[in-house]
Design a protein around this ligand. Structure first.
Ligand code: HEM
Length: 156
């Protein structure tokens, strides 16, 4: 039981690193560098290619976070959920909904805009995805804080 929980904690942590770290890198380093160094339309191709490679890993991270989160709850929270876990699940639900929206709407439209060479439409979709990723990155950093330090501060 203890080693099963260790696996769950380990996978939960790895999924956090992949999703939140990936958003931090994309927002803080890749996108400003691309804006400085790469002109439209190449920049739009670049961002679409980055999303094509990163988003499948986000799906894996989401499945892992919910799966291992439930696993930890079943294995370690017999007497009811602590406040920091409620908070983590609440913010994670919002983050998941935002990602599903990105994937289903602006990302799908970005691919269409690139196919039809509509650069201003594509640029608008990249700008929207950037703003939504910023929101999810801030939520992700907060969730990681709540999941780690919150246990010491909020748990009764
Ligand atoms: C973006 C989403 C999430 C992030 C970034 C995140 C992050 C974290 C982190 C950093 C920890 C601390 C791990 C450690 O100290 O080893 C943690 C623990 C935990 N997480 Fe999450 N988590 C997320 C989503 C979820 C979800 C959806 C659930 C439930 C379904 C969940 C349930 C838990 C539980 C039960 C713990 C253990 C808390 C404790 O030991 O007191 N998490 N999470």
């Amino acid at each position: 039981m203890k080693s099963a929980l260790a696996i769950a904690f380990g996978l939960h942590q790895l999924a956090t690193v992949v999703w939140v770290g990936g958003m931090f890198f994309a927002h803080m380093a890749l996108r400003p560098a691309a804006k400085e160094e790469v002109k439209v339309p190449e920049r739009l191709f670049l961002m679409a290619a980055v999303f094509r490679r990163f988003f499948p890993w986000v799906w894996v991270a989401i499945v892992l976070l919910w799966g291992t989160g439930a696993w930890i709850i079943l294995g370690a929270f017999k007497g009811g959920l602590a406040l920091h876990v409620h908070l983590m699940m609440g913010i994670a639900a919002v983050m998941t909904a935002i990602f599903v929206y990105i994937y289903a709407s602006p990302y799908r439209k970005l691919k269409l805009a690139i196919e039809t060479k509509d650069w201003s439409w594509a640029a608008a979709k990249v700008a929207l995805i950037r703003r939504l990723i910023l929101v999810n990155m801030l939520f992700g950093l907060l969730t990681a804080l709540v999941g780690s330090a919150g246990r010491l501060i909020l748990a009764g």
